[in-house]
Ligand binder design. Structure first.
Ligand code: APR
Length: 262
Protein backbone atom coordinates (compact mmCIF):
# COMPACT_ATOMS: atom_id res chain seq x y z
CA UNK A 1 0.00 0.00 0.00
CA UNK A 2 1.33 3.41 -0.94
CA UNK A 3 1.79 6.17 1.64
CA UNK A 4 1.25 8.76 -1.11
CA UNK A 5 -2.18 10.39 -1.14
CA UNK A 6 -4.44 9.16 -3.95
CA UNK A 7 -6.22 11.70 -6.13
CA UNK A 8 -8.69 10.91 -8.93
CA UNK A 9 -7.10 11.89 -12.25
CA UNK A 10 -8.53 12.52 -15.75
CA UNK A 11 -7.43 9.11 -17.03
CA UNK A 12 -9.43 7.37 -14.27
CA UNK A 13 -12.51 7.10 -16.46
CA UNK A 14 -14.28 3.93 -15.29
CA UNK A 15 -14.90 4.49 -11.58
CA UNK A 16 -16.75 1.91 -9.47
CA UNK A 17 -17.75 2.82 -5.90
CA UNK A 18 -18.69 0.23 -3.27
CA UNK A 19 -20.52 2.25 -0.64
CA UNK A 20 -21.53 1.52 2.94
CA UNK A 21 -23.25 2.99 5.95
CA UNK A 22 -20.46 5.50 6.62
CA UNK A 23 -21.50 7.45 3.51
CA UNK A 24 -25.08 7.88 4.78
CA UNK A 25 -24.05 8.68 8.35
CA UNK A 26 -24.04 12.38 7.44
CA UNK A 27 -27.75 11.99 6.57
CA UNK A 28 -28.41 10.86 10.14
CA UNK A 29 -28.45 7.14 9.34
CA UNK A 30 -26.48 5.01 11.80
CA UNK A 31 -23.46 2.93 10.89
CA UNK A 32 -23.35 -0.71 12.04
CA UNK A 33 -19.73 -0.97 13.19
CA UNK A 34 -17.06 1.45 14.27
CA UNK A 35 -17.79 4.58 16.33
CA UNK A 36 -21.52 4.55 17.29
CA UNK A 37 -22.27 1.45 15.21
CA UNK A 38 -25.70 0.01 16.06
CA UNK A 39 -24.60 -3.62 15.80
CA UNK A 40 -21.62 -2.94 18.07
CA UNK A 41 -23.90 -1.20 20.58
CA UNK A 42 -26.72 -3.78 20.38
CA UNK A 43 -25.58 -7.30 19.36
CA UNK A 44 -29.10 -8.66 20.03
CA UNK A 45 -30.44 -6.37 17.31
CA UNK A 46 -27.85 -7.72 14.86
CA UNK A 47 -28.80 -11.30 15.82
CA UNK A 48 -32.46 -10.53 15.09
CA UNK A 49 -31.51 -9.69 11.49
CA UNK A 50 -30.96 -13.37 10.70
CA UNK A 51 -33.15 -15.13 8.15
CA UNK A 52 -33.65 -17.99 10.62
CA UNK A 53 -35.58 -15.59 12.89
CA UNK A 54 -38.37 -15.13 10.32
CA UNK A 55 -41.33 -14.62 10.66
CA UNK A 56 -41.14 -13.77 14.40
CA UNK A 57 -38.78 -10.86 13.72
CA UNK A 58 -41.06 -9.17 11.15
CA UNK A 59 -42.27 -6.35 13.49
CA UNK A 60 -38.62 -5.56 14.35
CA UNK A 61 -37.61 -5.64 10.66
CA UNK A 62 -40.36 -3.15 9.84
CA UNK A 63 -39.29 -0.91 12.73
CA UNK A 64 -35.53 -0.96 11.89
CA UNK A 65 -35.66 -0.77 8.10
CA UNK A 66 -38.81 1.35 7.97
CA UNK A 67 -36.90 3.87 10.11
CA UNK A 68 -34.07 3.89 7.55
CA UNK A 69 -36.65 4.59 4.82
CA UNK A 70 -38.23 7.44 6.78
CA UNK A 71 -34.91 9.09 7.76
CA UNK A 72 -33.57 8.89 4.20
CA UNK A 73 -36.81 10.36 2.83
CA UNK A 74 -36.52 13.33 5.22
CA UNK A 75 -32.73 13.87 5.05
CA UNK A 76 -32.10 13.37 1.34
CA UNK A 77 -28.66 12.67 -0.18
CA UNK A 78 -25.37 13.86 1.30
CA UNK A 79 -22.61 15.79 -0.51
CA UNK A 80 -20.82 12.46 -0.99
CA UNK A 81 -23.82 10.90 -2.74
CA UNK A 82 -24.10 13.96 -4.99
CA UNK A 83 -20.36 13.92 -5.77
CA UNK A 84 -20.47 10.25 -6.80
CA UNK A 85 -23.41 11.07 -9.09
CA UNK A 86 -21.44 13.99 -10.59
CA UNK A 87 -18.46 11.67 -11.14
CA UNK A 88 -20.83 9.27 -12.93
CA UNK A 89 -19.43 6.43 -10.83
CA UNK A 90 -21.00 2.99 -11.13
CA UNK A 91 -22.50 2.40 -7.67
CA UNK A 92 -22.41 -0.91 -5.83
CA UNK A 93 -24.13 -0.10 -2.55
CA UNK A 94 -24.63 -2.11 0.63
CA UNK A 95 -26.96 0.64 1.78
CA UNK A 96 -30.72 0.23 1.47
CA UNK A 97 -31.66 3.91 1.87
CA UNK A 98 -32.02 4.83 -1.82
CA UNK A 99 -29.90 7.98 -1.38
CA UNK A 100 -27.73 7.29 -4.44
CA UNK A 101 -30.81 7.31 -6.67
CA UNK A 102 -32.09 10.46 -4.91
CA UNK A 103 -28.72 12.10 -5.69
CA UNK A 104 -29.02 11.30 -9.40
CA UNK A 105 -26.88 8.16 -9.78
CA UNK A 106 -28.46 6.07 -12.51
CA UNK A 107 -26.33 2.94 -12.45
CA UNK A 108 -26.87 1.54 -8.95
CA UNK A 109 -26.66 -2.09 -7.79
CA UNK A 110 -28.38 -2.48 -4.40
CA UNK A 111 -26.51 -5.50 -3.04
CA UNK A 112 -28.51 -5.73 0.21
CA UNK A 113 -31.97 -4.79 -1.07
CA UNK A 114 -34.04 -1.65 -0.61
CA UNK A 115 -35.81 -0.20 2.45
CA UNK A 116 -38.14 1.57 0.02
CA UNK A 117 -39.75 -1.68 -1.11
CA UNK A 118 -41.72 -4.56 0.41
CA UNK A 119 -41.86 -8.14 -0.93
CA UNK A 120 -43.74 -11.33 -0.14
CA UNK A 121 -42.30 -13.73 2.43
CA UNK A 122 -43.07 -16.55 -0.05
CA UNK A 123 -39.99 -16.78 -2.32
CA UNK A 124 -42.13 -18.29 -5.10
CA UNK A 125 -44.33 -15.18 -5.20
CA UNK A 126 -43.23 -12.19 -7.31
CA UNK A 127 -45.34 -9.56 -5.50
CA UNK A 128 -43.54 -6.36 -4.47
CA UNK A 129 -44.59 -2.79 -3.71
CA UNK A 130 -43.03 0.58 -2.82
CA UNK A 131 -43.53 1.94 0.67
CA UNK A 132 -45.78 5.01 0.76
CA UNK A 133 -44.12 8.41 1.19
CA UNK A 134 -47.19 9.59 3.16
CA UNK A 135 -46.95 7.50 6.31
CA UNK A 136 -49.96 6.44 8.39
CA UNK A 137 -48.97 7.88 11.75
CA UNK A 138 -51.97 6.18 13.38
CA UNK A 139 -50.12 2.86 12.89
CA UNK A 140 -47.00 1.81 14.84
CA UNK A 141 -43.71 1.83 12.82
CA UNK A 142 -43.46 -1.94 13.46
CA UNK A 143 -46.71 -2.38 11.48
CA UNK A 144 -46.40 -2.53 7.66
CA UNK A 145 -49.64 -0.52 7.43
CA UNK A 146 -47.61 2.46 8.79
CA UNK A 147 -45.89 2.46 5.37
CA UNK A 148 -49.05 1.70 3.36
CA UNK A 149 -48.11 -1.98 2.97
CA UNK A 150 -50.70 -4.76 3.58
CA UNK A 151 -49.91 -7.34 6.29
CA UNK A 152 -50.68 -10.16 3.85
CA UNK A 153 -49.50 -10.44 0.27
CA UNK A 154 -52.42 -9.56 -2.06
CA UNK A 155 -51.23 -12.22 -4.53
CA UNK A 156 -50.79 -15.27 -2.29
CA UNK A 157 -51.78 -14.36 1.28
CA UNK A 158 -48.32 -14.92 2.82
CA UNK A 159 -46.95 -12.20 5.16
CA UNK A 160 -45.19 -9.19 3.60
CA UNK A 161 -41.63 -8.17 4.60
CA UNK A 162 -39.13 -5.39 3.92
CA UNK A 163 -37.06 -6.02 0.76
CA UNK A 164 -33.84 -6.33 2.78
CA UNK A 165 -31.25 -9.12 2.50
CA UNK A 166 -30.95 -10.68 5.97
CA UNK A 167 -27.90 -12.43 7.37
CA UNK A 168 -27.87 -15.97 5.95
CA UNK A 169 -29.79 -14.97 2.82
CA UNK A 170 -28.58 -14.97 -0.78
CA UNK A 171 -28.23 -11.62 -2.57
CA UNK A 172 -30.89 -10.77 -5.16
CA UNK A 173 -30.50 -12.90 -8.30
CA UNK A 174 -28.15 -11.36 -10.82
CA UNK A 175 -27.08 -8.38 -8.69
CA UNK A 176 -23.79 -9.93 -7.54
CA UNK A 177 -22.90 -11.11 -11.04
CA UNK A 178 -23.64 -7.62 -12.40
CA UNK A 179 -21.50 -6.03 -9.68
CA UNK A 180 -18.62 -8.46 -10.22
CA UNK A 181 -18.66 -7.69 -13.94
CA UNK A 182 -18.40 -3.94 -13.26
CA UNK A 183 -15.63 -4.64 -10.74
CA UNK A 184 -13.61 -6.61 -13.30
CA UNK A 185 -13.79 -3.77 -15.81
CA UNK A 186 -13.01 -0.61 -13.89
CA UNK A 187 -9.94 1.67 -13.69
CA UNK A 188 -10.51 2.69 -10.06
CA UNK A 189 -12.39 0.78 -7.36
CA UNK A 190 -13.43 2.99 -4.43
CA UNK A 191 -14.65 1.53 -1.13
CA UNK A 192 -16.44 4.44 0.53
CA UNK A 193 -17.77 4.39 4.09
CA UNK A 194 -17.66 0.64 4.48
CA UNK A 195 -15.84 -1.56 6.97
CA UNK A 196 -15.25 -4.10 4.19
CA UNK A 197 -16.22 -6.92 6.58
CA UNK A 198 -19.36 -8.47 5.06
CA UNK A 199 -19.07 -10.92 2.15
CA UNK A 200 -19.68 -11.09 -0.72
CA UNK A 201 -19.33 -7.27 -0.96
CA UNK A 202 -16.00 -7.42 0.88
CA UNK A 203 -14.63 -9.71 -1.87
CA UNK A 204 -15.09 -7.09 -4.58
CA UNK A 205 -12.02 -4.97 -3.76
CA UNK A 206 -9.63 -7.95 -4.02
CA UNK A 207 -11.32 -8.90 -7.31
CA UNK A 208 -10.84 -5.36 -8.66
CA UNK A 209 -7.16 -5.39 -7.69
CA UNK A 210 -6.64 -8.80 -9.27
CA UNK A 211 -8.12 -7.41 -12.49
CA UNK A 212 -5.73 -4.46 -12.55
CA UNK A 213 -7.79 -1.63 -11.02
CA UNK A 214 -6.38 0.85 -8.51
CA UNK A 215 -8.15 0.13 -5.22
CA UNK A 216 -8.84 2.97 -2.78
CA UNK A 217 -10.51 2.86 0.65
CA UNK A 218 -11.99 6.14 1.93
CA UNK A 219 -12.64 5.96 5.66
CA UNK A 220 -11.37 8.37 8.37
CA UNK A 221 -11.34 5.54 10.91
CA UNK A 222 -9.92 2.84 8.63
CA UNK A 223 -7.67 0.17 10.11
CA UNK A 224 -4.89 0.73 7.58
CA UNK A 225 -2.92 -2.31 8.73
CA UNK A 226 -5.90 -4.64 8.12
CA UNK A 227 -6.68 -3.06 4.77
CA UNK A 228 -3.11 -2.79 3.45
CA UNK A 229 -3.32 -6.22 1.86
CA UNK A 230 -6.41 -5.26 -0.13
CA UNK A 231 -6.15 -1.58 -1.03
CA UNK A 232 -3.45 0.27 -2.93
CA UNK A 233 -4.44 3.42 -1.02
CA UNK A 234 -6.28 4.10 2.25
CA UNK A 235 -7.53 7.70 2.38
CA UNK A 236 -8.22 8.43 6.05
CA UNK A 237 -10.49 11.39 5.37
CA UNK A 238 -14.20 12.12 5.48
CA UNK A 239 -15.81 10.74 2.30
CA UNK A 240 -17.79 13.92 1.65
CA UNK A 241 -14.67 16.09 1.72
CA UNK A 242 -12.71 13.80 -0.61
CA UNK A 243 -15.48 13.05 -3.10
CA UNK A 244 -16.58 16.68 -3.35
CA UNK A 245 -12.95 17.72 -4.04
CA UNK A 246 -12.70 15.16 -6.82
CA UNK A 247 -16.06 16.08 -8.35
CA UNK A 248 -15.24 19.81 -8.31
CA UNK A 249 -11.86 19.18 -9.96
CA UNK A 250 -13.37 16.92 -12.63
CA UNK A 251 -15.95 19.59 -13.41
CA UNK A 252 -13.14 22.18 -13.80
CA UNK A 253 -11.17 19.75 -15.99
CA UNK A 254 -14.21 19.32 -18.25
CA UNK A 255 -14.62 23.11 -18.54
CA UNK A 256 -10.88 23.66 -19.06
CA UNK A 257 -9.22 20.57 -20.57
CA UNK A 258 -5.84 22.33 -20.39
CA UNK A 259 -6.11 22.61 -16.58
CA UNK A 260 -2.91 21.27 -15.06
CA UNK A 261 -4.01 17.88 -13.66
CA UNK A 262 -1.94 18.64 -10.57
N1 APR B 1 -16.50 8.88 5.59
C1 APR B 1 -16.02 7.64 5.28
N2 APR B 1 -16.19 6.54 6.05
C2 APR B 1 -16.88 6.70 7.20
C3 APR B 1 -17.41 7.96 7.60
C4 APR B 1 -17.19 9.07 6.74
N3 APR B 1 -17.66 10.30 7.05
N4 APR B 1 -18.03 7.78 8.80
C5 APR B 1 -17.89 6.48 9.13
N5 APR B 1 -17.19 5.83 8.18
C6 APR B 1 -16.80 4.41 8.14
C7 APR B 1 -16.63 3.73 9.49
O1 APR B 1 -15.33 3.96 10.00
C8 APR B 1 -16.83 2.26 9.13
O2 APR B 1 -15.60 1.63 8.78
O3 APR B 1 -17.87 3.69 7.55
C9 APR B 1 -17.74 2.31 7.90
C10 APR B 1 -19.12 1.75 8.17
O4 APR B 1 -18.97 0.36 8.40
P1 APR B 1 -20.25 -0.51 8.80
O5 APR B 1 -21.00 0.18 9.87
O6 APR B 1 -19.77 -1.93 9.01
O7 APR B 1 -21.19 -0.46 7.52
P2 APR B 1 -21.09 -1.34 6.19
O8 APR B 1 -19.68 -1.60 5.83
O9 APR B 1 -21.96 -0.67 5.22
O10 APR B 1 -21.79 -2.71 6.65
C11 APR B 1 -21.93 -3.68 5.65
O11 APR B 1 -23.21 -5.07 7.17
O12 APR B 1 -24.83 -5.36 8.76
C12 APR B 1 -24.56 -5.42 7.44
O13 APR B 1 -26.22 -5.21 5.81
C13 APR B 1 -25.44 -4.46 6.69
O14 APR B 1 -24.95 -3.38 4.60
C14 APR B 1 -24.46 -3.61 5.91
C15 APR B 1 -23.20 -4.45 5.90
Amino acid sequence: MSNRQFELRPHHERVVALTGAGLSAAAGLATFRGPGGIWDENPDLEAAMDVDRLPENLPLLWRVWGSVFEKALIAGPTPGHRALAALEAKILTQNVDGLHQFAGSHDVDELHGSAAQAVCLNHECQWRAYLAVHLDESRDPSDPAHYGIPHKCPACGAPTRPDIVLFGEMLPTGVLEHSENATRNCDVFLAVGTSNTVAPAALLAPLARACGAVTVCIDPYADSARLAGVFDYVVREDAHTVLTRWADRRLREKRNPFLDPF
